[in-house]
Design a protein around this ligand. Sequence first.
Ligand code: MTE
Length: 329
Amino acid sequence: MHPLKDRGYQHPISSEITPREAWQSRRQWLQAAALAGTGLAGWTAREALAQPASPPGKLPRLAATRSGVAGAIVMDRPTAYEDITRYNNFYEFGTDKGDPNRLAGSLQTRPWTVSIEGAVHKPRSFGIDDLLKLAPLEDRIYRLRCVEGWSMVIPWVGYSLAQLLRQVEPTGNAKYVEFVTLANPAQMPGLRRGVLDWPYHEGLRLDEAMHPLTLLAFGLYGEVLPKQNGAPVRLVVPWKYGFKSAKSLVKIRLVEQQPVSSWTQAAPSEYGFYSNVNPQVDHPRWSQASERRIGEDGLFARKRPTLMFNGYEAQVGSLYAGMDLKKYY
Ligand code: MTE
């Protein structure tokens, strides 16, 4: 809020009277913003549907083809690689946004195995190279909305988690899927702090985990995942707040009871099991109605309205038919 308005002034002061050039450019901005609402500003459907973005040439390439999954390519301009890789939440490397970029170099991503166990007919451990070959890699462009109120648009490389889960044949008792990530104190300095109950763990209902949009991601921008983004393999659930998308997965467990995630354990009244993006359900300490798109911090940058299910309602709304989303937040 403007400091003068805080003191009760309602009239515009001279610096607030908008010069002509400014309102003209603001009108242009508003037109651009209206287009942005449709997701088409500066990023045409044709561009979005082509290769998502040119590889930055920093890490080994991961060849992939454009995903045919409904909703897998949003028409928003992808966030810059530099922002995606320097503004991170990966508490195993510290709680500041720049910590993972600075400190994740110590993460050993090979050899790496992911074990799948619990209520499955064929429990198995997969080496990372077997996982990479298990299904064709796809380019997908998803919005990522963090519970803290910021968002990004990330061109991922991966395939639907369902393709992996089918391999192990879940039994009739499998109702939920628990995800466990690496907790190695020798590689992860953040583990020394008890911010969360390590290892970081998360959960989904089986039908959510089997939804084609639920992605097992191995890369972004056409290259292998940078360590700070959850190398060598992570989950991405685009219609849920970002903390559901667990990084650096080591174990996937199919279970009968609803798992308790690290964040729910830490603050049950703030982070529920579902954590579907919902602009109508505020976090107890802040509104979730709008978001700041990382990279749009310029003079005319405005917060964007947050979309129900982060814009994936057409694809996933039916998973929650008849549920009270205020109760099951
Ligand atoms: N996974 C692990 N293992 N540890 C974490 O701290 N943070 C989560 C999620 N996955 C986190 C994690 C949160 S809060 C968000 S918003 C996303 O990762 C951020 O992913 P990004 O840094 O690739 O944007």
